[in-house]
Write a protein that binds this ligand. Structure first.
Ligand code: EPZ
Length: 439
């Protein structure tokens, strides 16, 4: 049964929380362990649903998984990788997009695999055409079935040239996880170069891979015959850190985010400063606070790294409802990520969405009937409401809105949030939030 969180808002969030490993890296490193002949150990692993899903999927394929949530370490022994039953995979994978990344490793280990149709947040079509085209370029046979995709490569995989039409994070990971043991050289141009991608390259290099990343987004990989295990500590979750920073702004609070890492957040920090937020950086983390006075409205466009990350915009939009003047936000990564603004409007926010590109960036969604730009006029006091979580980041932004609003809100379907925010209820309580589970 879906859990309901009662939030008594209108109080500043103050205190300290810790962010651990990045949700958009840890599951990928776990999949990479499939390629190794030795066990791997991953540290700084958060207790989130996506880690559980991938642990179960790996176990299904014969990997021995030992997970110590307290210590945040996971040991993965891929000695006996075997095929899994389609029905079992199907039952598990529902809520995650990670299964598609099993393709390369399973083709190298078993010569074939079945990948069920993917889950993931409803923020756009979430196609996998780049992934399937990439696998075909390596020589795999890819057959779509009504419940998923069957792939095989009985004659092995060969290095190739791949150009991504868009710097897709997932398609870049797909290429890396396949190229590392393909025969010969692979050249990937138009690659994503997010910090999570660079950490996956660190892991693969530790396993024995040979890879280089050029400044023009071209990644070159020389295939090797064998990879060993790895020992690695995950980079911290920059999306979670930015989400709590936005919560500090929206609630006029003061939060120390232990574990936050400045180099991964440069663009967010610049934007935070422009909005009027204050922050102080130390080796242990980043202290974020609302310095008092008014917040400034801004023009914001999301982009691939090193631009302003799309996953940062939804929590920040809640803070922008409290900024003086008109803020303009142009979402260029996902076509349908502004649905969450309707609930904010019910709470008193003054937000208008547009199908036009309200920004200077080249965007795939102009004139295609997607409402992917927004104008936010503030400040507008937010009032409590009953709201249902639409997706992971939208859900967290609803939490922030309920915490900022005067009165008691009920947030329905909060378990979606635990897919990407470890122990978020205990963190809210550590920040003096007045929240109570209703059932
Ligand atoms: C990853 O998703 C992240 N998820 C997303 O975080 C993140 O927003 C996104 O990268 C962009 O940084 C994980 O790592 C699990 P993409 P991914 O492939 O890999 C189009 C969160 O809340 N595209 O970079 O699925 C796609 O439609 C989540 O933590 C194709 O057209 O994103 C989108 O418009 C949300 N065909 C754009 O590329 C393809 O085959 C970016 O998608 C693949 C992607």
């Amino acid at each position: 049964m879906e859990r309901i969180l009662r939030v008594n808002g209108g109080k500043p969030l103050t205190g300290e929380i810790t962010v651990r490993g990045a949700k958009n890296f840890v599951p990928k490193a776990m999949v990479a362990s499939l390629l190794g002949t030795q066990p791997s150990v991953l540290s700084n692993v958060p207790r989130i649903r996506d880690v559980d899903v991938v642990s179960e999927l790996l176990t299904l394929h014969g990997v021995r998984v030992n997970y110590d949530p307290g210590a945040g370490t996971i040991t993965l022994d891929p000695s006996n990788v075997e095929s899994a039953h389609v029905a079992d995979i199907d039952a598990l994978a529902g809520s995650s997009r990670i299964p598609i990344l099993f393709c390369g490793p399973l083709l190298h280990r078993l010569g074939e695999a079945f990948i069920p149709d993917l889950g993931g947040c409803n923020i756009g079509g979430r196609p996998i055409d780049f992934h399937l085209d990439t696998l075909r370029r390596f020589g795999a046979e890819v057959t779509r079935t009504e419940t998923g995709t069957h792939i095989s490569a009985k004659n092995g995989l060969k290095g190739t040239k791949i150009h991504l039409p868009y710097p897709s994070v997932g398609a870049t990971e797909q290429t890396l996880l396949t190229a590392v043991m393909a025969e010969g050289l692979t050249e990937l141009s138009g690659a994503a170069i997010e910090p999570e991608i660079m950490d996956l390259i660190n892991v693969l290099q530790k396993m024995g891979a040979i890879m280089s990343v050029d400044t023009d987004r071209t990644i070159r990989i020389e295939g090797v015959k064998e990879l060993s295990g790895f020992r690695h500590t995950s980079l911290p979750d920059r999306i979670e850190a930015a989400s709590w920073a936005s919560a500090a702004l929206a609630t006029k609070g003061d939060i120390f985010v232990r574990g936050a890492h400045q180099p991964d957040m440069t663009t967010f920090l610049n934007t935070y400063r422009k909005v009027g937020g204050a922050f102080d950086i130390s080796d242990e983390g980043i202290h974020f606070w609302h310095p008092g006075g008014e917040l400034n409205s801004i023009v914001l466009e999301t982009n691939v790294h090193p631009g302003f990350m799309t996953d940062w915009q939804q929590p920040l939009v809640v803070a922008l409802t409290q900024a003086r003047g008109l803020s303009i936000m142009h979402e260029t990564v996902y076509e349908d990520r502004l649905g969450f603004t309707s609930a904010l409007k019910e709470m008193g926010a003054n937000i208008q969405t547009y199908r036009e590109c309200l920004g200077g960036l080249q965007c795939r969604f102009g004139q295609r009937n997607y409402r992917h730009s927004a104008v936010i006029s503030g400040p507008t006091p937010l009032r409590a409401a009953d709201i249902t979580v639409p997706d992971l980041r939208g859900g967290f932004s609803y939490l922030i809105a309920a915490l900022a609003a005067e009165g008691t809100s009920r947030v329905y379907g909060i378990d979606v949030i635990s897919r990407g925010y470890e122990h978020f209820l205990s963190k809210l309580r550590a920040l003096n939030a007045d929240v109570e589970l209703e059932n």
